[in-house]
Design a protein around this ligand. Structure first.
Ligand code: FE2
Ligand code: FE2
Length: 337
Protein backbone atom coordinates (compact mmCIF):
# COMPACT_ATOMS: atom_id res chain seq x y z
CA UNK A 1 0.00 0.00 0.00
CA UNK A 2 1.72 2.62 0.85
CA UNK A 3 2.89 5.25 -1.56
CA UNK A 4 2.98 7.72 1.33
CA UNK A 5 6.59 6.56 1.62
CA UNK A 6 7.51 8.80 -1.29
CA UNK A 7 6.80 11.85 0.76
CA UNK A 8 7.82 10.61 4.16
CA UNK A 9 11.45 10.57 5.20
CA UNK A 10 12.39 7.81 7.62
CA UNK A 11 14.38 9.84 10.07
CA UNK A 12 14.09 13.63 9.76
CA UNK A 13 17.65 13.84 11.11
CA UNK A 14 18.92 11.89 8.11
CA UNK A 15 19.65 13.78 4.95
CA UNK A 16 16.98 13.58 2.27
CA UNK A 17 17.74 11.30 -0.66
CA UNK A 18 19.89 13.36 -2.94
CA UNK A 19 18.68 13.95 -6.46
CA UNK A 20 20.68 12.52 -9.34
CA UNK A 21 23.76 14.67 -9.61
CA UNK A 22 26.41 15.24 -12.24
CA UNK A 23 28.73 12.89 -10.33
CA UNK A 24 27.11 9.80 -11.91
CA UNK A 25 29.15 8.34 -14.84
CA UNK A 26 27.60 9.77 -18.03
CA UNK A 27 27.75 6.59 -20.10
CA UNK A 28 26.09 4.40 -17.44
CA UNK A 29 23.57 7.11 -16.72
CA UNK A 30 22.62 7.27 -20.41
CA UNK A 31 22.08 3.49 -20.49
CA UNK A 32 19.95 3.66 -17.34
CA UNK A 33 17.87 6.54 -18.74
CA UNK A 34 17.35 4.71 -22.03
CA UNK A 35 16.09 1.65 -20.13
CA UNK A 36 13.67 3.76 -18.09
CA UNK A 37 12.49 5.72 -21.15
CA UNK A 38 11.86 2.46 -23.02
CA UNK A 39 9.77 1.19 -20.07
CA UNK A 40 12.36 -1.56 -19.44
CA UNK A 41 13.22 -3.24 -16.14
CA UNK A 42 16.24 -2.54 -13.96
CA UNK A 43 17.57 -5.75 -12.38
CA UNK A 44 19.82 -6.14 -9.28
CA UNK A 45 22.99 -6.70 -11.33
CA UNK A 46 22.40 -3.57 -13.46
CA UNK A 47 24.08 -0.26 -12.71
CA UNK A 48 21.71 2.30 -11.19
CA UNK A 49 22.13 5.82 -9.80
CA UNK A 50 22.62 5.93 -6.05
CA UNK A 51 19.51 8.09 -5.53
CA UNK A 52 17.34 5.53 -7.40
CA UNK A 53 18.73 2.72 -5.23
CA UNK A 54 18.18 4.66 -1.99
CA UNK A 55 14.66 5.67 -2.95
CA UNK A 56 13.77 2.05 -3.66
CA UNK A 57 15.35 0.80 -0.43
CA UNK A 58 13.28 3.32 1.50
CA UNK A 59 10.05 2.58 -0.33
CA UNK A 60 10.37 -1.23 -0.35
CA UNK A 61 11.49 -1.45 3.28
CA UNK A 62 8.70 0.90 4.42
CA UNK A 63 6.31 -1.28 2.44
CA UNK A 64 7.69 -4.45 4.09
CA UNK A 65 7.42 -2.88 7.56
CA UNK A 66 3.80 -1.91 6.80
CA UNK A 67 2.97 -5.51 5.92
CA UNK A 68 4.32 -6.97 9.14
CA UNK A 69 3.07 -4.21 11.45
CA UNK A 70 -0.25 -4.53 9.58
CA UNK A 71 -0.58 -8.04 11.04
CA UNK A 72 -0.99 -6.61 14.53
CA UNK A 73 -4.35 -4.74 14.50
CA UNK A 74 -6.13 -7.77 13.00
CA UNK A 75 -4.11 -10.33 14.96
CA UNK A 76 -5.88 -8.81 17.94
CA UNK A 77 -9.12 -10.46 16.72
CA UNK A 78 -7.93 -13.98 15.85
CA UNK A 79 -8.79 -15.35 19.29
CA UNK A 80 -12.17 -13.58 19.29
CA UNK A 81 -13.44 -14.20 15.74
CA UNK A 82 -17.19 -14.96 15.83
CA UNK A 83 -16.96 -18.40 14.15
CA UNK A 84 -14.43 -21.05 13.15
CA UNK A 85 -14.88 -20.03 9.49
CA UNK A 86 -14.07 -16.36 10.23
CA UNK A 87 -11.13 -17.40 12.39
CA UNK A 88 -9.66 -19.57 9.60
CA UNK A 89 -10.09 -16.75 7.04
CA UNK A 90 -8.50 -14.20 9.35
CA UNK A 91 -5.54 -16.44 10.19
CA UNK A 92 -4.96 -16.98 6.44
CA UNK A 93 -5.10 -13.25 5.77
CA UNK A 94 -2.76 -12.30 8.59
CA UNK A 95 -0.34 -15.01 7.46
CA UNK A 96 -0.46 -13.61 3.90
CA UNK A 97 0.59 -10.21 5.25
CA UNK A 98 3.61 -11.83 6.92
CA UNK A 99 4.45 -13.43 3.55
CA UNK A 100 4.16 -10.05 1.80
CA UNK A 101 6.66 -8.65 4.28
CA UNK A 102 9.08 -11.49 3.48
CA UNK A 103 8.89 -11.03 -0.32
CA UNK A 104 9.47 -7.33 0.13
CA UNK A 105 12.41 -7.64 2.53
CA UNK A 106 13.94 -10.07 0.00
CA UNK A 107 13.36 -7.57 -2.84
CA UNK A 108 15.02 -4.81 -0.78
CA UNK A 109 17.97 -7.09 0.04
CA UNK A 110 18.76 -7.32 -3.70
CA UNK A 111 19.61 -3.61 -3.47
CA UNK A 112 22.42 -4.31 -1.00
CA UNK A 113 20.63 -3.68 2.29
CA UNK A 114 20.60 -6.37 4.96
CA UNK A 115 17.51 -7.66 6.74
CA UNK A 116 19.14 -6.69 10.07
CA UNK A 117 19.63 -3.10 8.92
CA UNK A 118 16.00 -2.80 7.87
CA UNK A 119 14.61 -4.38 11.03
CA UNK A 120 16.90 -2.24 13.12
CA UNK A 121 15.42 0.85 11.41
CA UNK A 122 11.90 -0.33 12.23
CA UNK A 123 12.59 -1.39 15.81
CA UNK A 124 14.51 1.75 16.70
CA UNK A 125 11.61 3.87 15.41
CA UNK A 126 13.71 5.49 12.65
CA UNK A 127 11.90 3.82 9.74
CA UNK A 128 8.29 4.57 8.89
CA UNK A 129 5.41 2.26 8.13
CA UNK A 130 1.88 3.04 7.02
CA UNK A 131 0.11 5.35 9.47
CA UNK A 132 -3.16 3.38 9.19
CA UNK A 133 -1.84 0.62 11.47
CA UNK A 134 -1.49 2.98 14.41
CA UNK A 135 -5.24 2.99 15.03
CA UNK A 136 -7.01 0.50 17.29
CA UNK A 137 -9.41 -2.27 16.19
CA UNK A 138 -12.26 -1.78 18.65
CA UNK A 139 -14.91 -4.17 17.38
CA UNK A 140 -15.30 -7.13 15.00
CA UNK A 141 -16.60 -4.88 12.21
CA UNK A 142 -13.17 -3.19 12.19
CA UNK A 143 -11.73 -6.41 10.76
CA UNK A 144 -14.25 -6.30 7.89
CA UNK A 145 -13.66 -2.59 7.30
CA UNK A 146 -9.89 -3.09 7.25
CA UNK A 147 -10.33 -5.73 4.55
CA UNK A 148 -12.75 -3.62 2.53
CA UNK A 149 -11.13 -0.20 2.84
CA UNK A 150 -7.51 -0.67 3.97
CA UNK A 151 -6.77 -3.61 1.68
CA UNK A 152 -8.91 -1.89 -0.98
CA UNK A 153 -6.69 1.20 -0.76
CA UNK A 154 -3.63 -1.08 -0.77
CA UNK A 155 -4.77 -2.65 -4.06
CA UNK A 156 -5.23 0.80 -5.64
CA UNK A 157 -1.69 1.67 -4.58
CA UNK A 158 -0.09 -1.61 -5.49
CA UNK A 159 -1.56 -2.48 -8.91
CA UNK A 160 0.56 0.24 -10.59
CA UNK A 161 3.62 -1.09 -8.72
CA UNK A 162 3.35 -4.33 -10.74
CA UNK A 163 4.78 -2.14 -13.56
CA UNK A 164 7.52 -0.61 -11.38
CA UNK A 165 10.85 -0.19 -13.18
CA UNK A 166 12.71 -2.27 -10.57
CA UNK A 167 12.20 -5.94 -11.55
CA UNK A 168 12.22 -7.71 -8.14
CA UNK A 169 9.73 -5.20 -6.65
CA UNK A 170 7.41 -5.41 -9.67
CA UNK A 171 7.41 -9.23 -9.64
CA UNK A 172 6.75 -9.42 -5.88
CA UNK A 173 3.76 -7.11 -6.38
CA UNK A 174 2.04 -9.45 -8.86
CA UNK A 175 1.48 -12.13 -6.23
CA UNK A 176 0.85 -9.61 -3.45
CA UNK A 177 -1.94 -7.99 -5.48
CA UNK A 178 -3.68 -11.32 -6.06
CA UNK A 179 -3.69 -11.97 -2.32
CA UNK A 180 -4.79 -8.41 -1.50
CA UNK A 181 -7.78 -8.96 -3.74
CA UNK A 182 -8.81 -11.94 -1.58
CA UNK A 183 -8.32 -9.75 1.54
CA UNK A 184 -10.59 -7.04 0.18
CA UNK A 185 -13.33 -9.50 -0.76
CA UNK A 186 -13.31 -11.36 2.54
CA UNK A 187 -13.66 -8.03 4.39
CA UNK A 188 -16.52 -6.86 2.18
CA UNK A 189 -18.28 -10.21 2.44
CA UNK A 190 -18.00 -10.20 6.25
CA UNK A 191 -19.60 -6.74 6.28
CA UNK A 192 -22.38 -7.81 3.91
CA UNK A 193 -23.31 -10.53 6.41
CA UNK A 194 -23.26 -8.07 9.31
CA UNK A 195 -25.46 -5.44 7.61
CA UNK A 196 -28.10 -8.12 7.02
CA UNK A 197 -28.05 -8.94 10.74
CA UNK A 198 -29.32 -7.10 13.80
CA UNK A 199 -29.45 -3.31 14.27
CA UNK A 200 -26.53 -3.65 16.70
CA UNK A 201 -24.44 -5.32 13.96
CA UNK A 202 -25.37 -2.62 11.43
CA UNK A 203 -24.38 0.05 13.97
CA UNK A 204 -21.02 -1.65 14.49
CA UNK A 205 -20.31 -1.54 10.75
CA UNK A 206 -21.26 2.14 10.51
CA UNK A 207 -19.12 2.96 13.56
CA UNK A 208 -16.10 1.19 12.05
CA UNK A 209 -16.60 2.98 8.70
CA UNK A 210 -16.86 6.32 10.53
CA UNK A 211 -13.53 5.73 12.28
CA UNK A 212 -11.62 4.35 9.28
CA UNK A 213 -12.84 6.32 6.24
CA UNK A 214 -10.70 9.46 6.55
CA UNK A 215 -7.64 7.52 7.67
CA UNK A 216 -7.92 5.38 4.53
CA UNK A 217 -8.04 8.47 2.31
CA UNK A 218 -4.85 9.68 4.01
CA UNK A 219 -3.16 6.34 3.18
CA UNK A 220 -2.51 7.63 -0.36
CA UNK A 221 -0.12 10.20 1.05
CA UNK A 222 -0.06 14.00 1.03
CA UNK A 223 -1.62 15.98 -1.84
CA UNK A 224 0.48 16.12 -5.02
CA UNK A 225 1.17 19.81 -4.36
CA UNK A 226 2.85 18.80 -1.09
CA UNK A 227 4.66 15.69 -2.30
CA UNK A 228 8.13 16.76 -3.47
CA UNK A 229 9.50 13.25 -4.21
CA UNK A 230 6.60 12.13 -6.39
CA UNK A 231 7.85 13.74 -9.61
CA UNK A 232 11.22 11.98 -9.38
CA UNK A 233 9.48 8.68 -8.59
CA UNK A 234 7.30 9.13 -11.70
CA UNK A 235 10.33 9.96 -13.84
CA UNK A 236 12.01 6.74 -12.66
CA UNK A 237 8.98 4.57 -13.36
CA UNK A 238 8.68 3.63 -9.68
CA UNK A 239 5.49 5.58 -9.17
CA UNK A 240 3.00 5.49 -12.03
CA UNK A 241 -0.05 7.35 -10.71
CA UNK A 242 -0.03 10.41 -8.42
CA UNK A 243 -1.30 10.37 -4.81
CA UNK A 244 -4.35 12.52 -5.64
CA UNK A 245 -5.27 10.48 -8.72
CA UNK A 246 -5.07 7.21 -6.75
CA UNK A 247 -7.18 8.74 -3.97
CA UNK A 248 -9.79 9.83 -6.51
CA UNK A 249 -9.92 6.36 -8.07
CA UNK A 250 -10.40 4.87 -4.59
CA UNK A 251 -13.25 7.26 -3.71
CA UNK A 252 -14.99 6.63 -7.05
CA UNK A 253 -14.70 2.85 -6.64
CA UNK A 254 -15.81 2.82 -3.00
CA UNK A 255 -18.94 5.01 -3.12
CA UNK A 256 -21.09 2.42 -4.99
CA UNK A 257 -19.79 -0.36 -2.71
CA UNK A 258 -20.89 1.68 0.34
CA UNK A 259 -24.31 2.08 -1.26
CA UNK A 260 -24.69 -1.70 -1.59
CA UNK A 261 -23.73 -2.12 2.08
CA UNK A 262 -26.17 0.62 3.09
CA UNK A 263 -23.54 2.54 5.07
CA UNK A 264 -22.94 6.28 4.99
CA UNK A 265 -19.42 7.49 4.26
CA UNK A 266 -18.80 10.19 6.90
CA UNK A 267 -18.23 13.15 4.58
CA UNK A 268 -20.96 15.78 4.04
CA UNK A 269 -19.04 17.11 1.01
CA UNK A 270 -19.01 13.77 -0.78
CA UNK A 271 -20.99 14.25 -4.01
CA UNK A 272 -20.87 13.24 -7.68
CA UNK A 273 -19.46 16.03 -9.84
CA UNK A 274 -20.99 15.67 -13.31
CA UNK A 275 -18.53 18.05 -14.91
CA UNK A 276 -15.41 16.28 -13.62
CA UNK A 277 -16.90 12.82 -13.94
CA UNK A 278 -15.66 12.07 -10.42
CA UNK A 279 -16.81 12.38 -6.81
CA UNK A 280 -15.87 15.52 -4.88
CA UNK A 281 -14.85 14.92 -1.28
CA UNK A 282 -14.00 16.98 1.81
CA UNK A 283 -10.76 18.05 3.44
CA UNK A 284 -8.43 15.44 4.95
CA UNK A 285 -6.97 16.29 8.36
CA UNK A 286 -3.26 16.33 7.43
CA UNK A 287 -2.21 17.52 10.91
CA UNK A 288 -3.55 14.26 12.32
CA UNK A 289 -1.82 12.28 9.55
CA UNK A 290 1.57 13.85 10.27
CA UNK A 291 1.15 13.51 14.04
CA UNK A 292 0.54 9.76 13.53
CA UNK A 293 3.38 9.36 11.03
CA UNK A 294 5.69 11.08 13.49
CA UNK A 295 4.93 8.65 16.29
CA UNK A 296 2.01 10.26 18.11
CA UNK A 297 -0.96 8.23 16.91
CA UNK A 298 -3.09 6.26 19.39
CA UNK A 299 -1.21 2.94 19.00
CA UNK A 300 2.31 3.81 17.72
CA UNK A 301 4.06 2.85 20.94
CA UNK A 302 2.03 -0.30 21.44
CA UNK A 303 2.65 -1.49 17.86
CA UNK A 304 6.40 -0.94 18.09
CA UNK A 305 6.67 -2.60 21.50
CA UNK A 306 4.72 -5.66 20.26
CA UNK A 307 6.92 -5.93 17.16
CA UNK A 308 10.18 -5.65 19.13
CA UNK A 309 8.97 -8.26 21.62
CA UNK A 310 7.96 -10.65 18.79
CA UNK A 311 11.42 -10.23 17.27
CA UNK A 312 13.16 -10.90 20.59
CA UNK A 313 10.93 -13.88 21.38
CA UNK A 314 11.77 -15.33 17.96
CA UNK A 315 15.55 -15.19 18.47
CA UNK A 316 15.73 -18.90 19.36
CA UNK A 317 14.00 -19.80 16.08
CA UNK A 318 16.56 -17.83 14.06
CA UNK A 319 19.41 -19.36 16.11
CA UNK A 320 18.05 -22.87 15.54
CA UNK A 321 17.58 -22.27 11.79
CA UNK A 322 21.17 -20.98 11.48
CA UNK A 323 22.57 -23.93 13.47
CA UNK A 324 20.64 -26.35 11.23
CA UNK A 325 21.87 -24.62 8.06
CA UNK A 326 25.49 -24.83 9.33
CA UNK A 327 25.06 -28.53 10.08
CA UNK A 328 23.62 -29.21 6.61
CA UNK A 329 26.49 -27.31 5.00
CA UNK A 330 29.11 -29.26 7.02
CA UNK A 331 27.45 -32.51 6.03
CA UNK A 332 27.42 -31.66 2.30
CA UNK A 333 31.09 -30.51 2.47
CA UNK A 334 32.02 -33.82 4.12
CA UNK A 335 30.10 -35.82 1.51
CA UNK A 336 31.78 -33.89 -1.33
CA UNK A 337 35.21 -34.67 0.21
FE1 FE2 B 1 -0.38 -7.19 2.25
FE1 FE2 C 1 -3.78 -7.37 2.74
Amino acid sequence: MYTQSFSVQDDPAQKAVKQVGSTEPAELMAKFDACIDGDGRIEPQDWMPEAYRKTLVRQISQHAHSEIVGMLPEGNWISRAPSLKRKAILIAKVQDEGGHGLYLYSAAETLGTSREQMLDGLHSGKAKYSSIFNYPTLNWADVGVIGWLVDGAAIMNQIPLCRCSYGPYARAMVRVCKEESFHQRQGYEALLVMVRGSQAQKDMVQDAVNRYWWKCLAMFGPPDSDSPHSAQGMRWGIKRISNDDLRQKFVDATVPQARVLGVTLPDPDLAWNEERGHHDYGQIDWDEFWATVNGNGPCNKERLATRVKAHEDGQWVRDAAMAYARKQQQRSTKEAA
